[in-house]
Design a protein around this ligand. Structure first.
Ligand code: SAH
Length: 204
């Protein structure tokens, strides 16, 4: 791990992301704990990195941007779909009250549990399973963060159903070209806004 690269990233982050709570949350999570040990030197490069079973840890600037768009408030209940390394869930846990994270690969769930414990994070519940179903037992959520791309917006209906009124969800949607979609549940129903092109692994 290089202290310098973390500082450099923190400075870039502060120039790009306006929400100071988000900047503080991202800088406070030691990303090197969420990547394989041999890649810890690259942990603060703004890149996705391999975490095993063909999956990657999300790019930190994108994690920050998604958290900013979700406007996560202290005490909120968050559902994280495609938890992978646990990194994005860790950042969300610094902003929210509790995070439930769903990941389909058991080996990633085990690694994420170890990384979260090493980072001293104790407000994340990890669940192994199909994130497309959400986690109805704890619904509704104030925030739903999706880190794997749905082919169509219709595929996200089950997750949208688990959003509280005034809840927000962000999800990459699209088969070849993906767009990040921000969903808001108002008293009168759902509003969906496209907020930029992205590239995520598919939700399977
Ligand atoms: N947020 C993660 C990024 C992981 S990449 C991080 O910060 O590290 C996306 C993850 O979604 C992968 O780990 C993949 O296994 C998982 N995934 C894909 N489809 C899924 C599904 N249907 N249910 C749960 N997890 C899924």
């Amino acid at each position: 791990m290089s202290f310098d690269s973390r500082q450099r990233f923190a400075r870039r982050l502060a120039r790009t992301v306006l929400d100071e709570r988000v900047v503080a949350a991202v800088v406070s999570v030691p990303r090197e704990l969420f990547v394989p040990p041999e890649l810890s030197g690259a942990a603060w490069h703004d890149r996705p990195l391999p975490i095993g079973v063909g999956q990657t840890i999300s790019q930190p600037m994108l994690v920050a941007r998604m958290c900013e768009l979700l406007e996560v408030q202290a005490g909120e209940r968050v559902l994280d779909i495609g938890t992978g390394s646990g990194y994005h869930a860790a950042v969300l846990s610094r902003l929210a009250g509790w995070v439930w994270g769903v990941e389909r690969h058991p080996e990633l769930v085990r690694a994420a549990a170890a990384s979260l414990a090493a980072a001293g994070i104790d407000n994340v519940t990890l669940l192994e399973g199909d994130g497309g179903r959400g986690h109805p037992d704890e619904a509704p959520y104030d925030v739903i963060n999706v880190a794997a791309a749905a082919s169509t917006i219709e595929e996200l209906a089950t997750l949208e159903d688990q959003l509280a009124v005034e809840g927000r969800m962000i999800a990459p949607v699209g088969r070849f070209e993906q767009e990040l979609i921000l969903v808001h549940r108002g008293p009168a129903g759902l509003t969906r806004t496209a907020v930029g092109a992205v590239r995520f692994v598919p939700l399977v």
